[in-house]
Design a protein around this ligand. Structure first.
Ligand code: BTN
Length: 245
């Protein structure tokens, strides 16, 4: 079936709405956009704050059966970054950053839930891929401190006339194509393209108790970090921060 696109003036969270639809068996591919979210959610249980016109907030829901789910957020981030231009970098595992500037332009929240219906392909699940992309400067302070820990960037900094609907128009097709390609090919063809936008590569990073130098992705999409003794560690999830020089 084709992809339907729906725009809501307001909802709690586009991810929450689509997860609920999947639960109810309403699992045709759908892209849900909200002009305003009352309870937008970020990764690691954080809130995601945005205002109408300031950010594009949407989720794509579809049934997917990849051989390996790890790395889907990398494929999604890469598709969004490439659709939005050369200035966009990727901060593992799923942030979009302004290249060379360490400020956050957008984030991705992927949630996978089981399906209860006959005739599913092996491993098939309902996946909801949510993205929040900052389009315009922040209207005013104070801001939600959690959301803006890393510094705020927006697409209008280098494309002043850009609007949220234009951003949606640019990213929707590439995103869907990238997700379907990920289902059949995994990350295999994406490593070089990811490396070209990797904002952590060669930099000193911290993840929990581990500090070291980020040295790109391993085959499964985990982040490789070399510690001071030369040992290579693979991070599979969680949060990484750049250490000040
Ligand atoms: C993050 O950076 O922590 C991820 C942010 C993801 C926010 C988007 S906005 C649309 C979708 N609906 C949500 O509630 N969250 C995602």
């Amino acid at each position: 079936p084709g992809l339907s696109i729906e725009v809501l003036a307001e909802t709690d969270s586009t991810n929450t709405r689509l997860i609920e639809r999947g639960r109810q068996g309403l699992d045709a591919p759908c892209l849900l956009v909200a002009e305003r979210q009352r309870a937008g959610r970020g990764r690691l249980g954080r809130p995601w704050w945005s205002q109408p016109g300031q950010a594009l907030t949407f989720s794509l829901g579809l049934k997917l059966a990849p051989a390996d789910w790890s790395g889907l957020s990398l494929a999604v981030g890469l598709a969004l970054a490439e659709a939005l231009g050369d200035r966009i970098g990727l901060k593992w595992p799923n942030d979009l950053w302004l290249r060379g500037d360490d400020r956050k332009l957008g984030g991705i929240l992927i949630e996978v839930t089981p399906l209860a219906e006959p005739g599913l392909r092996p491993g098939e699940r309902w996946v909801v891929i949510g993205a929040g992309l900052n389009v315009a400067p922040l209207p005013e302070t104070p801001q939600d401190p959690d959301t803006f820990r890393t510094g705020y960037a927006c697409l209008q900094e280098f494309e002043p006339a850009l609007t949220a609907p234009q951003v949606l128009h640019r990213v929707a097709g590439p995103l869907l194509r990238a997700v379907l390609a990920f289902e059949s090919e995994g990350l295999s063809t994406l490593h070089a393209r990811y490396a070209a936008r990797d904002v952590l590569a060669g930099r000193s990073v911290q993840a929990g108790a581990l500090t070291g130098v980020a040295c790109g992705l391993s085959a499964d999409g985990s982040l490789q970090v070399r510690d001071a003794l030369g040992a290579l560690h693979a991070l599979h999830s969680g949060e990484v921060s750049v250490r000040p020089c």
